[in-house]
Design a protein around this ligand. Structure first.
Ligand SMILES: NC(=O)c1ccc[n+]([C@@H]2O[C@H](COP(=O)([O-])OP(=O)(O)OC[C@H]3O[C@@H](n4cnc5c(N)ncnc54)[C@H](OP(=O)(O)O)[C@@H]3O)[C@@H](O)[C@H]2O)c1
Length: 250
């Protein structure tokens, strides 16, 4: 793929950085969204050293002015956007057992600010530029813990998890994904949610059993779907199906 531009939020480390590296490897210009300038520039340099056409774009998804400035930069420098990967995300929990009854609304709000409201802010700001591309792709990096079907399956591997903030934010993100896909179904844009699987990153103190590069494969697959590819799915690593990739239930 050539002459295409991809913006990845939270691309200075973890799965976002690996996604930028892989999309850069496919020949895309990768815009490295990062809220911290030093971390963003360091990631840009590392990606450039690896041969990618990378550029740091200051972007805090919880700050509407920062998002608007990033959209303005993309418009003035590139005129359109081919791929948006809403990857930035945080995890927080109250209490050692993370029970719903121990969870404060303050924590819920903080997680939703980044994982849900941030995605809506970024997507709406960039949508006019995505509509200018011949076949844009939006990838919302979600999780299997956002799947109500997976989390409530008594025979599933995640049945014992009870945390609310992060899983419910990804459930909301799944619904955003489905509704954007519906709104955009008569355009060339495809909107899908990615499940990277449990990957070793700072998010989980590197406890994941997959690598960030493997998690990024899921976002890259959805970012490069062909014209007859699907829209409005949660797709990626299927733990309960014994690994491998496929569609997950909402
Ligand atoms: N790791 C997993 O097992 C796993 C599984 C399923 C889904 N995911 C999802 O994958 C995505 C990437 O997570 P990760 O595991 O790679 O975690 P990570 O290594 O902690 O990276 C998270 C990235 O998001 C950025 N970020 C956080 N808040 C931001 C904000 N307000 N504005 C802009 N960027 C912000 C972070 O920037 P700073 O460096 O500045 O903090 C960092 O670049 C997240 O959406 C996560 O929920 C991860």
């Amino acid at each position: 793929m050539t002459n295409t531009t991809a913006l990845i939020t939270g691309a200075n480390k973890g799965i976002g950085f690996a996604t930028a590296r892989q999309l850069g490897g496919l020949g895309m210009t990768v815009l490295v969204g990062a809220r911290d300038a030093d971390r963003g520039r360091a990631a840009e340099q590392k990606l450039r050293d690896g041969g990618a056409d990378a550029r740091f774009v200051p972007l805090d998804v919880t700050d509407a002015e920062s998002v608007a400035a990033a959209a303005k930069l993309v418009e003035s420098e590139y005129g359109r956007l081919d791929v948006l990967v809403n990857n930035a995300g945080i995890i927080l929990a109250d209490g050692t057992r993370a029970l719903p009854s121990e969870t404060t609304v303050a924590t819920l709000r903080r997680v939703f600010e980044t994982n849900v409201f941030g995605v809506a802010t970024v997507t709406n700001a960039l949508l006019p530029l995505l509509l200018r591309a011949p076949a844009a792709r939006i990838v919302n990096v979600s999780s299997e813990v956002g799947s109500i079907a997976v989390m409530t399956d008594p025979d599933g591997a995640l049945f014992e998890l009870t945390s609310v903030p992060y899983p419910s934010s990804k459930t909301a993100l799944n619904m955003l994904t489905a509704m954007y896909a519906k709104e955009l179904r008569d355009t060339p844009i495809k909107v899908n949610a990615a499940n990277p699987g449990y990957c070793a990153t700072d998010l989980n103190s590197h406890n994941g059993f997959r690598t960030a590069e493997q998690g990024a494969e899921v976002s890259v697959h959805l970012a490069t779907l062909p014209a007859d590819g699907p829209s409005g799915l949660l797709w990626g690593f299927q733990m309960d199906a014994g690994g491998g990739y496929g569609v997950l239930p909402w």
